[in-house]
Design a protein around this ligand. Structure first.
Ligand code: NDP
Length: 324
């Protein structure tokens, strides 16, 4: 089968479209004929060996696929060849076929195409749980969503609205991206590349600062976020897209009773009592038409390097999809 392989760590050019052996489903696993692959920022971090977990070489990247069950491994019940599914993987998704544990399969609802299905689990669950589980967002509270036109960002802006947030402040690097965030429900827009953005956030919240800040940029952002975080506010750290981890002094949290929380999606995947209700709620919003999935671009699998380049050069909005 065709797949994209990484044989050495580096820039997008190390993504090699090549022939590899088709995997076999083992005990409790299924083989999926992949139709749509979700590209995530983490894929670029793994490719550069900057991911939070150590990656061994060679590997096929890709943690999110939607497709049709092709074969069933031993001991699998309740799943049949032909079922339409979407699932999360460690790696192995940038391929024509992928093996996945049967217990992690999410049935794709009628009316949801594979591209849109592949846009749901990773960024959708992240947006949901950074707001609700780690951010502990309460009705009427203000939220600052960084990179609001991105994959997680476009969903977080909408979910904050659906969860009853008050003012939703969106940051992004261009007027077009900010306009997208506005169309999804953001009430205050801040270009964080041009302005004294913490001051703009303070203005948008009547001088108080935001109650919840979704931090995924790194560099000087964690520290600057504290300048526009409200008393008793929560900053949720779930990424460092700039590649720089950033620093803050714990003692700086003291004066305003502020909280910094970390977030890593695999921890949610291990907790069915958190995972299943959130998945149901997200799929419910989608079928009701209240949560829009923004597919920013589609690339053939053979052009995965182009997709990574666009993502890292900040040229994308919403979800990026690869099609085998
Ligand atoms: P996005 O689609 O949001 O793409 C990343 C965006 O980050 C860019 O579009 C860009 O938006 C912004 N950005 C800010 N600074 C930089 C920079 N120096 N270089 C490149 N981009 C920058 O990606 P995802 O939705 O896939 O992921 C968003 C973040 O969430 C990432 O940091 C990712 O690692 C994290 N994440 C964490 C998870 C977890 O479990 N902890 C799970 C999923 C995602 P702009 O042009 O507007 O600045």
């Amino acid at each position: 089968m065709k797949a994209v392989r990484v044989g050495e760590f580096g820039g997008p050019e190390v993504l090699e479209y090549t022939e590899v052996e088709r995997p076999e489903p083992g005990q409790g696993e299924v083989l999926i004929a992949v139709r749509s692959i979700g590209v995530n920022y983490a894929d670029t971090m793994r490719r550069r060996d900057r991911y939070v977990l150590r990656q061994t070489l060679p590997f096929v990247p890709g943690s999110e696929v939607a497709g049709v069950v092709e074969e069933i491994g031993a001991g699998v019940e309740g799943v049949r060849p032909g079922d339409r599914v979407v699932t999360l993987l460690g790696t192995g998704g940038y391929a024509e076929y992928a093996v996945a544990p049967a217990r992690g399969l999410i049935p794709v609802p009628d009316g949801l195409d594979f591209d849109r299905a592949a846009a749901v689990p990773l960024q959708g669950l992240t947006a949901y749980h950074v707001l609700k589980t780690s951010g502990r967002l309460r009705e009427g509270e203000s939220v600052l969503v960084h990179a609001a036109a991105g994959g997680v960002g476009t969903l977080a802006v909408q979910m904050a609205r659906l969860m009853g947030a008050g003012t939703i402040i969106a940051t992004a690097s261009s007027p077009e991206k900010l306009e997208l965030a506005r169309s999804l429900g953001a009430g205050a827009l801040v270009n964080y590349t041009e302005e004294d953005w913490p001051e703009r956030v303070r203005e948008a919240t009547g001088g108080r600062g935001a109650d919840v800040i979704l931090e995924m940029v790194g560099g000087d952002f964690p520290e600057k976020n504290l300048h526009c975080l409200a008393p008793f506010g929560r900053m949720v750290v779930f990424g460092a897209a700039s590649g720089e981890r950033g620093t803050i002094a714990p003692v700086d949290l003291m004066r305003k009773n502020q909280v910094v929380a970390g977030f890593f999606l695999p921890q949610i995947m291990r907790r069915p009592e958190l995972l299943l209700p959130s998945l149901r709620e997200i799929l419910g919003w989608i079928s009701a038409g209240s949560l829009k999935l923004t597919i920013g671009a589609r690339f053939p699998l053979a052009h995965a390097a182009e997709a990574h380049r666009a993502l890292e050069e900040r040229r994308t909005t919403g979800k990026i999809i690869l099609n085998p």
